[in-house]
Ligand binder design. Structure first.
Ligand code: TYC
Length: 109
């Protein structure tokens, strides 16, 4: 986006100087959506969640599920706050509805 030009009154001789205003838009904070392992949720159910909620292909969803299964947790995606919060609620809600203990959280990068 174009920077605004700011005029500065020099005070003494009423001369004017122009300088670039600093960009005013900050990048939004980003959040990792993280899936946690447990001993009970079926692998196939986790793969289905990764496909439905994170739009992953089956191959990618299987890789991420196995990463969570072997290392304890894994990243499903990176989003701004409200989108991350919505994904977390969708995962935890869908897991609860199907009576699986699967948990999803978010972590600021
Ligand atoms: N550990 C589970 C099992 O052996 C599979 C699993 C993977 C569960 C990923 C949760 O986030 C998870 N059935």
């Amino acid at each position: 986006m174009a920077n605004k030009i700011r005029q500065i009154d020099q005070g003494n001789d009423h001369g004017l100087a122009v300088e670039e205003a600093r960009p005013r838009l900050k990048k939004p904070p980003l959040f990792k959506v993280v899936l946690l392992n447990d001993d009970f949720t079926p692998m196939e159910f986790v793969v289905e969640i990764l496909e439905r909620i994170f739009s992953m292909e089956r191959t990618k969803a299987t890789q991420v599920m196995l990463e969570v299964h072997t290392r304890g947790k894994g990243v499903c995606g990176v989003y701004t706050y409200e989108i991350a919060e919505t994904k977390v609620a969708q995962v935890n809600g869908y897991a609860q509805k199907h009576q699986h203990p699967l948990l999803c959280t978010m972590e600021e990068i």
